[in-house]
Design a protein around this ligand. Structure first.
Ligand code: PLP
Length: 469
């Protein structure tokens, strides 16, 4: 017999205070971010909203770090999960099920059409795990090369391999080096870039700075005699996620890809956060006119239901001769609950011009953010691509990053006391960016125009409170 919790009320439920006491005593804080001392409890969700125990609606503008792109408890996707639960919820990965095969074929056929290369799809659970799998693919294909390029401000997860190609030393500091740390390359973050350059000029400047590494063997990455680079691949997020939803100039990746192609270096695109229509296209790299060698996805492919992640790679890197059975294996890798929901997700978005609707909503939302920028001196840059939107919170000069004020705003949003038409709301915000002063806005892609207006109104109130505090 395991011990019973003895603190339940008459109905058998624990009070929030008791739960909090148990959380402090028994939950590791290492597996969460724990931004505040007393994170909020939520007990329900629907569409664009989370609900607390008192049924106060909290408009969610981050949607579980962009995992719930199609709204909480999306009826159609939940129904797919229920159907699978009632038919084939479990099956060992060594056997096959229809949904896995159809999903892989759908992703690979779409990629072949868009990127011009035949490829295959490999599944896992969780973004970081898929990044690990992609590292194996790259190392294997390049005869064990373990050095990678990645961007300053890039984030690829917190497993040991993924954190070695993530720019923040903070995620590596305690654990020593278990793999080779990436060489981090400047990303054209124009708002905080050198003055006097247009966005395109700054993009070109970053491309040239990268290209310069290959000009001489003395720059440390290239053997001109052998015509070989010491580096296997460049890991990129087309739009930086955790780095603050930074959107590069549209010509940037064609420049980077040319340098990579000229030196036999692979392009790995991390679509874990920006994929699955966050930017109005299935994969955000589609905006930039280049074809990846490897593409990694996760999060919203199942709308944040049963986790599923994966890797698409070109045939020559992933065919069973070069990457044989068992190269990676995880019990839950191509789990039927995840593959069934992912298949339904892609079927659903394929039935309408989903991308056009995301672009239209994104334009409306960005207009609202621009109005707020005019009204509030503490709003620095606002920008967006599809429904990946950013707002920098700054000092009154509109430029000096102000993390403290944004932290205050996030906590204030959690109080649930913003009033619109006599009704109380809360606001769920995520904080990102090089200086942790960026509201990284990832609303429900099915958000209504009325909810966009509500979001702007609630942000307006929060900004007004922040300026008056
Ligand atoms: C771009 C990117 N890559 C990788 C990851 C890691 O994914 P996961 O948190 O599912 O391990 C994330 C998570 O936020 C991400 O945004």
């Amino acid at each position: 017999m395991h011990p019973q919790l003895k603190i339940a009320d008459a109905a058998g439920a624990l009070s929030e205070d008791e739960l909090r006491r148990l959380e402090i005593a028994y939950c590791s804080h290492g597996d969460t971010v724990h931004y505040t001392d007393a994170p909020k409890f939520f007990s329900g969700c629907e569409g664009s909203f989370m609900y607390d125990a008192s049924e106060t609606p909290f408009l969610d503008l981050q949607m579980w770090y962009s995992a719930v792109n199609f709204g909480y408890r999306n009826e159609r996707l939940n129904a797919a999960a229920h159907r699978q639960l009632d038919s084939l919820p479990q099956v060992a990965s060594q056997y096959l099920h229809r949904e896995k095969v159809e999903l892989a074929a759908l992703i690979a056929q779409d990629a072949e059409q868009k990127f011009g290369h035949k490829g295959r799809v490999h599944f896992n659970v969780g973004g970081s795990q898929a990044i690990e799998d992609s590292l194996k693919l790259v190392r294997n294909y390049t005869n064990g090369k373990s050095l990678m390029f990645a961007f300053e401000g890039g984030y690829h997860g917190r497993t040991l391999g993924a954190s070695s190609i993530t720019s923040s030393y903070r995620y590596r500091r305690r654990y020593g080096h278990f793999g080779d740390r990436a060489q981090f390359i400047e990303f054209p973050y124009h708002f905080r870039g050198p003055k006097g350059m247009s966005k395109e000029e700054y993009g070109e400047y970053c491309v040239q700075k990268f290209a310069r590494l290959f000009e001489s063997e003395y720059n440390g990455v290239w053997d001109p005699k052998a015509g070989k680079s010491e580096y296997a691949a460049f890991y990129v997020e087309p739009i930086q996620g955790t780095g603050g939803y930074v959107i590069p100039p549209m010509n940037f990746f064609t420049g980077i890809k040319k340098v990579l192609d000229d030196h036999g270096i692979l392009l790995v695109v991390d679509e874990i956060q920006m994929g699955v229509y966050r930017t109005g296209k299935l994969w955000s790299i589609e905006h930039f006119g280049v074809s990846p060698d490897v593409l990694v996805f996760g999060k919203a492919i199942t709308n944040g239901l049963n986790p599923l992640s994966g890797v698409w790679a070109r045939e020559e890197m992933i065919n069973p001769t070069i990457f044989p059975p068992g190269s990676t294996h995880s019990t839950f890798a191509s789990n039927p609950m995840g593959t069934a929901v992912a298949l339904e997700t892609l079927t659903m978005v394929g039935e309408t011009d989903f991308g056009a609707s995301v672009m239209a909503k994104g334009a409306l939302f960005l207009d609202g953010l621009k109005t707020l920028q005019k009204r509030h001196a503490i709003v620095g840059e606002v920008d967006g691509l599809g429904l990946a939107l950013r707002m920098e919170i700054c000092k009154a000069d509109g430029f000096t990053p102000d993390k403290a004020t944004l932290d205050w705003m996030s906590d204030e949003g959690m109080k649930g006391d913003l009033l619109v038409n006599g009704k109380k709301y809360g606001l769920v915000l995520d904080v990102g960016g090089y200086h942790k002063n960026v509201i990284t806005l990832a609303p429900n892609l099915m958000i209504s125009n009325e909810e966009i207006a509500l979001a702007i109104e609630l942000l307006d109130q929060l900004l007004t409170r922040a300026e008056r505090r």
